[in-house]
Design a protein around this ligand. Structure first.
Ligand SMILES: [Zn+2]
Ligand SMILES: [Zn+2]
Length: 343
């Protein structure tokens, strides 16, 4: 089978590897669409994974083989799958933090999403594979994982109807966050980015107000839009440390700032300390997604509450993964979401 193997940012090879063997309870999936995630790009650019790694984890595919004892699925089923499975019982899981569970990080699909075929363990078959309705596409399925990540962030931020919401960084997850905020009946939703293209897309996807951070004073504009209160909920979905500090400045009293950005290790960020105690601004985070989000995102995408099709701007094949990453990281490209297909 064909895989796209990562060696370094300038060396991504198409390799021929053996089809994984199945044992009891496992499944073999033929990949039809795999989204290129911001975390894939981060790993590729910063070289944080071993040479030979097959990246990719946002998969829509078809079951081509099942191990003994799998009862809930059949060969031929179209499915969504995700790469990590929490244990549901450890200290972190019991407290609702399933994405910091040790097992969650240790589990993975084999060899990765950017492969013609993918083997799923019994744990994955049980918890992180979802059968698709007949009229759902593989690309919609591949958008379930990033939508699940955004949904978890929306739920952790606790948006109430009428809240003013700002999304700083309207890339692939920011564009979903803003649609979810609208669906959660937020009041004014503000899209904040430095890319004209992404801001245009944000307006199309339902943002009420646009701030171009390259040309406008963020705090001044937020205060104008919110009658001097600041935004009730702010998502930071761009890994620029200064933006996190600014977000704390722009939050309303009693508001919430949620960091959805993965910074370089060791990054520290100054925040005005009294905003946390005296203004009761909460600074929280949300990382990745869990099986609890999958049934909801399936509904949201299937019913087109979240328009994922309009977000897909580029399509590449497995052997063009290097080009796909270049496109996604080129600020001159009008790129929001990249999909990879086997051929
Ligand atoms: Zn992802
Ligand atoms: Zn756990």
């Amino acid at each position: 089978m064909k895989v796209a193997a990562y060696y370094n940012i300038d060396d991504i090879r198409t390799e021929d590897r053996d089809l994984p063997e199945l044992t009891d309870g496992e499944a073999l999936i033929k990949m039809h669409s795999c989204g290129l995630c911001g975390t894939d790009i981060h790993k590729a650019v910063h070289g944080t994974v071993k040479p030979g790694t097959v990246l990719g984890h946002e998969v829509g595919g078809e079951i081509v083989k099942l191990g003994k004892g799998v009862e809930d699925f059949q060969v031929g089923d179209w499915v969504f799958l995700a790469h990590h499975v929490p244990c549901f019982t450890c200290h972190s899981c019991q407290r609702g933090h399933h994405t910091v569970c040790r097992q969650w990080k240790e589990t993975n699909i084999e060899p990765g999403g950017f492969s013609e075929y993918i083997r799923l363990s019994p744990l994955h078959v049980k918890h992180s594979m979802v059968k698709l309705p007949d009229d759902m596409t593989f690309e919609q399925a591949a958008m379930m994982e990033p939508t699940a990540c955004a949904l978890r962030a929306i739920e952790r931020a606790g948006i109430r109807p009428g809240d003013s919401v700002m999304i700083i960084g309207t890339g692939q997850v920011g564009a979903i966050l803003l649609q979810l905020a609208k669906a959660w009946r937020a009041g004014t939703v503000i899209a904040n980015d430095v890319s004209e293209f992404r801001l245009e897309m944000s307006a199309k996807l339902g943002a009420d107000q646009i701030i171009n951070g390259a040309r406008e004073n963020m705090k001044q504009r937020v205060m104008e839009i919110t009658e001097g209160r600041g935004a009730d909920v702010i998502f930071v979905a761009a890994a620029v440390p200064a933006l996190l500090s600014q977000a704390v400045e722009c939050a309303a009293k009693g508001g919430t700032v949620l960091s959805f950005a993965i910074f370089n290790e060791g990054t520290t960020v100054p925040v005005e300390a009294n905003r946390i105690c005296m203004d009761e601004v909460s600074l929280i985070g949300s990382y990745s997604s869990t099986p609890f989000e999958y049934p909801t995102v399936l509904e949201l995408i299937h019913r087109k509450v979240i328009d994922v099709e309009s977000m897909i701007t580029h399509r590449f094949s497995l052997d063009q993964l290097d080009q796909a990453i270049k496109t996604a990281t080129d600020p001159g490209e009008k790129c929001l979401k990249v999909m990879i297909s086997p051929a």
